[in-house]
Design a protein around this ligand. Structure first.
Ligand code: SAH
Length: 386
């Protein structure tokens, strides 16, 4: 008998709602070991599909197929191929972009990012960890990369009882890789950079923001300067803040190699925004792209306070007619909640604000309907009208 798990009626209901994750509390029986591809059944013995099984995570089951469709290596390979073909059809103006976005590519807990001739893979569940050799084979057959790196160091691996490690899975991966994105060149450290090296999900928002850039530009939470550089071309002056000295050094190096002038400073944005206001500094374009303030449901209240604070401060610093590009990458803060926070910030800042664009993560990071976790990045472009 193949490895099998049985779901409670509530688990079955959830599965029919289209969400691929089943929690441990909705599994009544499991005869499977860590990382198995399992048959999923209901209490009456009916096969509901195939899934990845985890014996550690609260997410015990991640659906791969529904009904009798077999989940084998051929299925995984076909899905990797389809994910790549979709990205190739998008006409992305960059050599770095996401190739596989987990659940949205029907490959739960798998991330694959492309950085030119190199690929970075993250396997974030026991099942996907076991399928990594199949994924690597598929990527090699399709793309012939010079190297494939596993960036298996996100904390979520710990919840699966998996080791955190960064290792070359195939070929060679240099210390630093040069990529292009919408007319800019970046030097990326795939082993140590945040996420898999770059915030690829903001590419289209950086481009969109550039269409409004003018006057004095302030890029808050700049990381390696993606927004700052994209906006600097149209700006009189560009200031970028990040708390990490390393990130600031990267902004400087990236600006230099692209022939742009960015005043990159190390600082805590919460303090710096207050300081700029005290000095009566004003700006025409401001970007707020903080890290996820609400990494869990319990952190929502504090996150709301944080988002409100920076949006309020930024709106105060903005000249009338100026633009605020404001982002949240916390999936625990919904679009509706984020809109409400911005509205309250505007009220407190005594600013009248219009929404010019409502955006999300780039098209290479699509959202799977019914799976709110895949809609994490919200980006509003606002104009202070009065
Ligand atoms: N805008 C970037 C991505 C930003 S990621 C891009 O487009 O690529 C968030 C950044 O915020 C990280 O680089 C982190 O170092 C920085 N950060 C976190 N807390 C901060 C704080 N309180 N003040 C300033 N920077 C902070």
């Amino acid at each position: 008998m193949p490895p099998t798990v049985t779901l409670s009626p509530r688990g079955e209901q959830r599965l029919r709602g289209g969400h691929p994750w089943i929690y441990r509390s909705d599994v009544t029986e499991a005869s499977a070991t860590a990382g198995d591809v399992v048959l999923v059944r209901n209490g009456r013995g009916r096969t509901l599909g195939s899934a990845l099984y985890s014996d550690r995570s609260q997410i015990a089951v991640r659906m791969l197929t529904y009904g009798d469709r077999v989940a084998d290596d051929a299925l995984v390979t076909a899905r990797v191929d389809a994910a790549i073909a979709f990205r190739e059809s998008l006409g992305i103006d960059a050599t770095a972009y996401r190739l596989v976005h987990g659940e949205a590519d029907l490959l739960p807990s798998l991330v694959v990012d492309r950085y030119g001739d190199y690929l970075v893979v993250q396997a974030l569940s026991q099942g996907m960890d076991r399928l990594t050799p199949t994924v690597v084979r598929a990527l090699k057959d399709r793309l012939h990369p010079r190297g494939i790196l596993a960036r298996n160091d996100p904390k979520t691996r710990g919840l699966e009882g998996l080791p955190m490690q960064v290792e070359v899975l195939d070929g060679e991966v240099p210390e630093s890789v040069t990529v292009h994105e919408c007319g800019l060149e970046y030097d990326v450290d795939l082993r140590h950079g945040q996420k898999t090296g770059l915030f690829l999900d903001q590419r289209e928002n950086r481009e969109a923001a550039a269409r409004y850039a003018r006057g004095r530009v302030l890029d808050c939470f700049s990381y390696n300067g993606g927004f700052a550089m994209k906006l600097a071309g149209a700006a009189q002056e560009t200031i970028a803040f990040d708390i990490s000295e390393e990130a600031v050094a990267r902004v400087r190096a990236n600006a230099l190699r692209n022939g742009l002038t960015v005043d990159a400073r190390a600082g805590n944005v919460f303090d710096e925004l207050r300081g700029l206001d005290r000095l009566k500094e004003r700006f025409d374009t401001i970007v707020l792209d903080p890290p996820a303030f609400a990494k869990s449901k319990s952190a929502i209240d504090k996150a709301v306070t944080g988002y409100k604070e920076i949006n309020l401060r930024a709106l105060k610093l903005l000249n009338p007619g100026g633009f605020l590009v404001t982002c949240s990458c916390s999936y625990n803060v919904s679009e509706g909640m984020f809109a409400q926070i911005i509205y309250e910030a505007a009220l407190d800042a005594e600013a009248q604000v219009t929404v010019v664009e409502k955006r999300m993560q780039g098209r290479d990071h699509p959202v799977l309907l019914g799976v709110p976790e895949t809609y994490y990045l919200k980006c509003f472009i606002l104009r202070k009208v009065g």
